[in-house]
Design a protein around this ligand. Structure first.
Ligand SMILES: Nc1ncnc2c1ncn2[C@@H]1O[C@H](COP(=O)(O)OP(=O)(O)OP(=O)(O)O)[C@@H](O)[C@H]1O
Ligand SMILES: [Mg+2]
Length: 244
């Protein structure tokens, strides 16, 4: 079934016009630095941003959308958002077998600039790609996507700017968050709330709130259900704070 037919049959035309807030891309991290070449490499059409976990693919996509993206923007986290839920948020219903076509019809018709975040496979992404328009896809794998222009997101190199920007965020932290930031940075890899609570000697409940605030401030990354991880350069910044 073609996009237009799928859309017409299931009510794309009648769906709500604006992008529901939870599917709008958030602002990029305040301490975003570098990536000039990668930002220049993103263009209209389909761009695949691929690189290791925590390299900065989502941050890069958000930065580009914030600065250079146009029109209405739709952010779908393929790792977390169920497609049916996205459609329902637009007031659309679809049978499970038709969801991908209805989604494609929605994006095509509304000319959304689309961010498909955390893609696992080409099979997951390809049925969602509109016939035209701008789509950013992030993945830890170099997916074989039709029409896509691939941009590798390698390790972030530090030219000193990141440290200065992180300092600005750090000095604004309430003491509990600042302490947690310094202490948890001694974990070399991902850690959960119980570990952070043990390190800080605080209740899991208090620590969970503080960790969520650090994620909100882009100082910490949530990497799964209640699992957190520092970007390597952020971890180095946090560790250095122990000695200041
Ligand atoms: N250019 C940058 N400048 C400053 N901080 C950055 C930059 N890129 C990423 N970060 C920080 O690094 C952390 C990880 O970045 P991000 O979530 O974008 O990684 P990712 O590649 O999307 O990871 P994943 O594969 O787990 O989705 C975040 O805290 C983010 O704020
Ligand atoms: Mg990401």
């Amino acid at each position: 079934m073609g996009d237009v037919l799928a859309g017409a049959a299931t009510g794309v035309i009648r769906g709500r016009n604006d992008v529901p807030p939870r599917f709008r891309p958030p602002a990029p991290p305040r301490h975003f630095v570098g990536r000039d070449a990668e930002l220049d490499a993103i263009r209209s059409g389909v761009t695949l941003l691929h690189g290791a976990g925590g390299a900065g693919k989502t941050a890069l996509a958000l930065k580009w959308l914030w600065e250079r993206g146009s029109g209405d923007q739709l952010h779908v986290d393929l790792g977390a958002h169920d497609l049916g839920r996205v459609l329902r948020a637009f007031g659309l219903g679809a049978d499970p077998g038709e969801e991908q076509a209805v989604f494609r019809g929605l994006v095509t018709r509304r000319q959304f600039t689309l961010l498909l975040d955390n893609a696992d496979s080409a099979e997951q992404v390809t049925p969602l790609l509109p016939a035209s328009g701008t789509v950013l896809v992030t993945s830890r794998s170099e997916l074989d996507l039709p029409r896509a222009h691939a941009v590798e997101v390698g390790p972030l190199t530090d030219d000193g700017r990141l440290g200065r920007l992180l300092d600005l965020s750090y000095v604004e932290l309430p003491e509990r968050q600042a302490r947690l930031y310094r202490l948890c940075a001694w974990e070399a890899d991902a850690f959960g709330v119980p570990v952070a609570a043990a390190i800080a000697g605080e209740s899991e409940c208090d620590v969970e709130d503080a960790l969520d605030d650090l994620v909100e401030k882009s100082l910490l990354t949530e990497v799964g259900d209640d699992a957190f991880r520092f970007h390597d350069l952020v971890r180095a910044h946090a560790r250095a704070k122990r000695y200041q």
